[in-house]
Design a protein around this ligand. Structure first.
Ligand code: NAD
Ligand code: IPM
Ligand code: MN
Length: 357
């Protein structure tokens, strides 16, 4: 039996509160399914580390983390201590890029027992994936500032799309769509206004679609697509999007399922050349940090995605079933306030871990 080495980075804010619950659930699953997980904790990748060392990561972070099978991350960012672009570009965005985690897979599912803020929506009505391009696009460091300090001050930032970068995320999304019963793929575009990169994206979608005749494809401009997430969430199965559009859709989607606190995210390097990274969609939530009321489900669901990625699909499925069972139960006492409960991060985490068995 091989030990799977997991690097654990709690990060900032509620990351520090939800990660232990993610680990509790993972330990329960590991016991039940006889999986050996070895956790090693790191302080770097947090704003407190920055305040002490003047940087978010040690110089040898790449070598250190390369030796792990996966990275389990909480959340990073504390704008009152460190500007967000410094903390995020100094940590999470480095991991995504250097470990070539070009897929950001973000499931969006209305769980039993949760009331959607959208009227009359029930479990089954909202069940799709956002496949977000995760290494290029609108998130680039190419640009600059000229005429600084004058009336003519000008800032520019380029969007980068490479054929390799676009094709590989589309291929992943088409294959995911092919594996699902509805076999439907929706592409997020804005080729009416963003007149060079987005028509290119559309062109690559068209080219890729030829290889997947069994997948039905549609596309929406991002503006109406956000409207349709709210009006017709049942239309969607797999939604593929550029980095920025995928970021926006993956907060909106989970909001339609009741709370962003349940949403997980897998930053995947599909080739397995580098470790993949699992972190909830949400951030460090300074407004509720330290109160012990953050919803741990996003983090726990990340654990499920991590186990599936490591080859333990049955264990991952059992974790998701446990989440569903606890949410569907009539006893709402353990649920966190975002789920209209009076429970705590720990009470909900313990309940889910117990349900895993
Ligand atoms: P956020 O996701 O941290 O919080 C947005 C809102 O959702 C807040 O009201 C918060 O209380 C609530 N919320 C978030 N997670 C919750 C949970 N698990 N349970 C209950 N409520 C929850 O977004 P923000 O406020 O824009 O960002 C705060 C900080 O986090 C910033 O520094 C930002 O850059 C960073 N951030 C990091 C990540 C990440 O690490 N992947 C993601 C998003 C934002
Ligand atoms: C996310 C976050 C990050 C992103 C931020 C914190 C840089 O919002 O993981 O969704 O934009 O990718
Ligand atoms: Mn985001």
């Amino acid at each position: 039996k091989k030990a799977h080495k997991i690097a654990v980075i709690a990060g900032d804010g509620i990351g520090i509160e939800v990660v232990p619950e993610g680990l509790r659930a993972l330990e329960a699953a590991a016991r039940r399914f006889d999986i050996e997980l070895e956790f090693e904790h790191f302080e770097f990748g947090s704003c407190d580390y920055y305040l002490e060392h003047g940087k978010m990561l040690p110089d040898d972070w790449f070598e250190i983390l390369s030796g792990f099978d996966a990275i389990f991350y909480g959340a990073v960012g504390w704008p009152d201590k460190v500007p967000d672009h410094i903390s995020l570009w100094g940590s999470l965005l480095q991991f995504r890029r250097h470990f070539d985690q070009y897929i950001n897979l973000r499931p969006c599912r209305l769980m039993p027992g949760i009331k959607s803020p959208l009227a009359d929506r029930e479990p089954g009505d909202i069940d799709f994936y956002v496949v977000r391009e995760n290494t290029e696009g609108e998130y680039s460091s190419i640009g600059g500032k000229i005429f600084e300090g004058t009336e003519r001050e000008t800032v520019m930032q380029e969007t980068v799309m490479t054929r390799t970068g676009v094709d590989r995320v589309l291929k992943y999304a088409f294959e995911l769509a092919q594996s699902r019963p509805r076999r439907k793929l929706t592409s997020a575009t804005k080729s009416n206004g963003i007149s060079i990169t987005m028509p290119y994206w559309d062109e690559r979608v068209k080219a890729m679609a030829k290889g997947y005749p069994d997948v039905s494809v549609d596309q929406f401009h991002i503006d109406i697509l956000t409207a349709n997430f709210v009006l017709h969430p049942d239309w969607f199965d797999v939604v593929v999007a550029s980095n920025l559009f995928g970021d926006i859709l993956s907060d909106l989607g989970p909001a339609c399922t009741g709370t962003i606190g349940v949403a997980p995210s897998a930053n995947i390097n599909p080739e397995g050349e580098f470790p993949s990274l699992f972190e909830p969609v949400h951030g460090s939530a300074p407004d509720i940090a330290g109160k012990g009321i953050a919803n741990p489900i996003g983090q726990i669901w990340c654990g499920a995605m991590m186990l599936e990625h490591l080859g333990f699909k049955e264990a991952g499925d059992a974790m998701v079933s446990a989440i569903e069972k606890v949410l569907a139960s009539d006893d709402k006492s353990a649920l966190t306030p975002d789920l209209k409960g009076k429970g705590t991060t720990q009470s909900l985490g313990e309940k889910i871990a117990a349900a895993i068995g």
